[in-house]
Design a protein around this ligand. Structure first.
Ligand code: SF4
Length: 314
């Protein structure tokens, strides 16, 4: 976000005033620019934001994240206005599992007599959630998988890397959907090893959406909330090499100024920022509060998705 300080302060003031007028609350994912996280009432990973969205009492929610997250907030707050500053803020991982393709595959498995339950990562569309038995995040996946009957196989969608990681952790057979996140897939394992060699005392932490070769050379693997807990448990100043979306560094530095955080670079670029999250800006947050649009509307599949989300996450 390249704004002059004066412009940023002016936008902060406009947004604060509009929030008051509209009785709005702002939720922001950890992968949003730090300037956005700074003025959000609630920041978190997908699970925390879904749980917090369920408790909101304000009539308007401005969701600073991507489309599937705002959909979840709407599903849990059908009577509230849920605004997404840019309606085109999508997700490559959610896009990698279209609902009709999943339905076809499920029908094929059933036709073969395979007993299975569908366990879906929260980074998916409401239509895919509606076809699922369970929704998981990287924080609660172990606990949910334990609830799948032992005589059922697990069809895990859409993230193959998280699925493979969980398959190894739980020692249960998974059928993996071959989706992936464009950000976590392109970290450079070579650069990660180089960082570790340059500073052998450093600790490498990686998100389970990263490919297996990255996870194998990491000291800790976990979602963003788990990373925060892990880092928070280290009392002495430590250097962490971080393999997740780069804006997470802002949250780490704010909470743990005694530590040093080094982003692991990507193969093609040095930053690993999510281009979908980057579509939300202070300007379009101001605009959506001013104009009360774009808004997430209710879709027919939300009814079924709601039942699955409530059973799994709340
Ligand atoms: S970081 Fe990956 S999974 Fe998260 S919103 Fe961006 S593309 Fe989707």
């Amino acid at each position: 976000m390249t704004l002059t300080l004066d412009k940023q302060v002016a936008l902060y003031e406009e947004i604060a005033e509009l929030k008051k007028q509209r009785k709005a609350i702002m939720l922001a994912h950890y992968y949003q620019d730090g300037a956005i996280q700074e003025i959000a009432e609630i920041t978190g990973d997908s699970l925390k934001l879904a749980r917090e969205a369920a408790k909101v009492t304000d009539p308007v929610i401005v969701f600073c994240g991507v489309h599937f997250m705002a959909e979840t907030a709407k599903i849990l707050n059908p009577k509230k206005t849920v605004l997404l500053p840019d309606l085109t803020a999508g997700c490559s991982l959610a896009d990698s599992c279209p609902a009709p393709a999943l339905k076809k595959f499920q029908d094929e498995l059933r036709a073969q007599g395979i007993r299975f339950q569908t366990v879906t990562y929260i980074n998916s569309t409401a239509a895919v959630k509606a076809l699922s038995d369970w929704i998981v995040t990287s924080s609660n996946a172990r606990e949910i998988i334990d609830r799948v009957p032992k005589d059922c196989q697990i069809l895990f969608t859409p993230d193959q890397h998280l699925g493979r990681f969980l398959m190894e952790e739980t020692k249960r057979p998974f059928i993996l959907w071959k989706g992936s996140c464009m950000v976590h897939e392109v970290f450079s394992v070579v650069d990660m090893i180089r960082l570790k060699k340059q500073n052998p005392q450093s600790v490498t932490i990686a998100h389970p959406e990263c490919p297996q070769n990255m996870l194998q050379v990491s000291d800790f693997v976990g979602g963003t909330e788990a990373m925060l807990k892990f880092v928070g448990g280290k009392p002495n100043p430590t250097t962490f090499n971080v393999a997740t979306e780069v804006n997470m560094i802002w949250q780490f530095e704010k909470r743990f100024p005694q530590h040093t955080f080094v982003p692991v670079p990507g193969i093609a670029c040095a930053c690993n920022a999510c281009p979908h999250m980057a579509k939300n800006t202070l300007e379009n947050i101001r605009n959506c509060l001013r104009d009360m649009t774009p808004e997430i509307g209710w879709a027919p599949e939300f009814n079924q998705a709601e039942a699955v989300i409530r059973r799994s996450l709340l």
